[in-house]
Design a protein around this ligand. Structure first.
Ligand code: HEC
Length: 197
């Protein structure tokens, strides 16, 4: 500390340092300890966060978190209804059931709309809202086609990818789509089949 510093007004800000650049001088005010702690903390957090989400097999992505949440939700729902049989009475009882058809709509949106269109009106795959079908004559043909696929995999086999209950729910949803008669890009394909009832 020199004489000049001791007599400078504003000494309450701490003592004035010796150096001077272009007439500018500065007080000795180090950043406080808590500030350093927060700074070091954010750096440490960044290192841990980056390493965990980049390298750890236990890290999750938004997609995997959603899939896990969906699986938990389906397990909860399926515990409620037990095992659904892919038969006519079961499919009929689910058709028009608002709650289960809402679940099925989610499944359809995730797995089927890329080929059958957002409303089932057809795209790469046939229109599911009209009365013409290629592989379906009766209600129970629907779970069979979904499980085994058709046309050498042009319609994929979902048996190994979906829970059996999901296939029955989707079957009821597909059966419900019939009669909406939405205009699709492909026109009717296959034969006109007798009504479900
Ligand atoms: C990769 C495209 C693709 C996806 C994804 C797909 N389908 Fe298909 N689907 C097709 C094609 C193509 C056909 C027609 C097969 C044929 O020509 O015999 C078909 C046929 C069907 C049929 C029989 C229709 C008929 O006229 O006989 C049903 C029912 C069906 N799909 C339901 C579903 C459901 C439910 C899903 C979702 C789980 C699904 N599809 C996902 C392409 C797809």
């Amino acid at each position: 500390m020199n004489d000049h510093a001791a007599t400078t007004p504003g000494d309450q800000f701490g003592h004035l340092l010796d150096h001077e650049y272009d007439g500018i001088r500065e007080y000795d005010n180090p950043t406080p300890g808590w500030w350093h702690l927060i700074f070091a903390g954010t750096v440490l957090f960044g290192v841990v966060y980056f390493s965990f989400f980049t390298f750890s097999p236990m890290a999750w992505t938004p997609q995997s978190a959603l899939a896990a949440a969906q699986t938990r939700e389906f397990q909860r729902l399926f515990a409620e209804i037990g095992e659904l049989a892919p038969d006519e009475p079961t499919i009929r009882s689910l058709m028009g059931d608002e709650k289960w058809m809402a679940v099925a709509q989610g499944l359809f949106a995730t797995n089927c709309v890329s080929c059958h269109g957002p409303e089932g009106q057809g795209l790469v795959g046939p229109n599911l809202t009209d009365d013409a079908y290629k592989n379906v004559m009766t209600l129970t043909d629907i779970p069979r086609v979904i499980t085994d696929g058709a046309a050498n995999g042009a319609m994929p086999a979902w048996g190994a990818r979906l829970h059996p209950n999901e296939i029955v729910l989707l079957s009821a949803y597909v059966a419900d789509l019939r009669g909406k008669n939405l205009p699709g890009p492909r026109g009717p394909e296959g034969d006109t089949i007798p009504p479900w009832d």
